[in-house]
Design a binder for this molecule. Structure first.
Ligand code: ASP
Length: 376
């Protein structure tokens, strides 16, 4: 057994002992047959199936896990049809795409991040450069753009025709107290489908984030689109890295920064323990430092699933009334993707059903998230 895997094993044994003493409800935690570090594993959000495959292959070929997960999410940053990340991401309220991303590297415990970055397609790669080529952790706005350009990243317009039309439809149907008017003859199917898929019956919610949309889907309320990709990987030696990259909350106030580039909120890893990252409403992650909290719960013996569910329960308990539905439940999505040093993993969600992506020695697949609440 190498030094690294011996350390990993001793840590796992310590956790098992602590948990057996602390709780008897999780028999699996004390199960000596569960895997220890030694197997490569990559987890990601549902939109990251190909990201996990790519990162797994790179780790298998000997890449540093940070390079691997950043290359994995790069596939989705490039995808014009994913309106939540990179190229084609939905813009801020002025129609400008502003991206947030971060990377954390377990072996060095270093991190890099960028926020409110415009015109650069691969913010996770810029975050990796911040981690490796500066003495800083977070660069924002114009400074982040200057830094990216200094490192040779090309500037480009990230607004695709689809994301521009979705933004314009949102703007034109937002209020009858301004001068922007939708084209009554407009029947752009992809745009209409976008709004339809994010609309909920009026009775569902009184949350102030809901906004009026085009009459063709009335009477519905529009769920503000969020979306992001998180990806975390572990090498055979139990070394972690994770990344989160996003265009953030659609139609946000310019300059709004979510949880994705904030270490401890949108992602966190500790090489002795594991990793957690998140997608969903960033503000609650910022208020609760959810990814850090989940890793700390794992340090104290919780399984990935227990840790994630406990953080979801804490969020659900503390949120303001305006973020609750008529039953008092959280009126937003929040998902955590967790990976532990012993190889266990979990996806947990505020609202199910939801899926997450995994690649390990058993292949590439979607798995079900464990849900705190389930929609009928
Ligand atoms: N967490 C991201 C943010 O708030 C959005 C998302 O994950 O959907 O910026």
């Amino acid at each position: 057994m190498s030094d690294v895997s011996r350390r990993a094993f001793m840590h796992v044994a310590g956790v098992a002992a602590a948990v057996v003493g602390a709780t008897s409800t999780n028999a699996a935690v004390g199960n000596p047959s569960r895997p220890t570090a030694g197997k490569i594993k990559v987890v990601s959000s549902a939109n990251g199936l190909e990201a996990t495959r790519k990162a797994y292959e790179m780790i298998l070929a000997g890449s540093d896990p940070a390079d691997a997960v950043v290359a994995g999410v790069g596939i989705v940053e490039d995808d014009p049809n994913d309106t939540s990340v990179g190229y084609g991401g939905l813009p801020n309220e002025r129609g400008i795409v502003e991206l947030d991303a971060a990377v954390m590297h377990g072996p060095t415990h270093r991190a890099g991040a960028v926020a409110s970055l415009q015109n650069i397609r691969h913010p996770a790669l810029v975050a990796l450069k911040v981690m490796r080529r500066t003495d800083h952790v977070l660069l924002v706005g114009a400074g982040a753009l200057d830094f990216a350009k200094a490192h040779g990243f090309p500037e480009e317009n990230l607004l695709t025709e689809l994301s521009r039309k979705i933004w314009l439809r949102w703007k034109e149907t937002l209020s009858d107290k301004d001068d922007w008017m939708p084209d009554p003859a407009d029947n752009d199917i992809p745009v209409a489908d976008f709004f339809r898929s994010r609309s909920v019956p009026l009775v569902q919610s009184a949350a102030t984030r809901d906004v009026k949309v085009a009459s063709d889907i009335s009477p519905m309320k529009f769920r503000r689109p969020t979306g992001t990709i998180h990806c975390a990987g572990m090498t055979r030696l139990g070394d972690f890295a994770c990344t989160t990259t996003t265009s953030g909350l659609a139609f946000k106030i310019p300059g709004r920064v979510g949880d994705s580039p904030i270490i401890g909120a949108g992602l966190y890893c500790d090489n002795e323990i594991g990793s957690c990252g998140s997608t969903g409403l960033g503000e609650v992650n910022l208020q609760n430092l959810c990814s850090f909290a989940a890793v700390e719960l794992m340090r104290n013996g919780a399984s990935p699933e227990e840790a994630g569910m406990e953080v979801l329960r804490r969020v659900a308990k503390k949120i303001e009334p305006r973020l609750r539905d008529k039953d008092g439940h959280p009126d937003f999505g929040l998902i955590f993707y967790l990976l532990a040093k012993d190889g266990r993993h979990a996806g947990v969600t505020m609202w199910g059903p939801e899926k997450f992506s995994v690649t390990d020695e058993n292949g590439t697949r979607h798995e079900d998230c464990t849900a705190l609440f389930t929609r009928p």
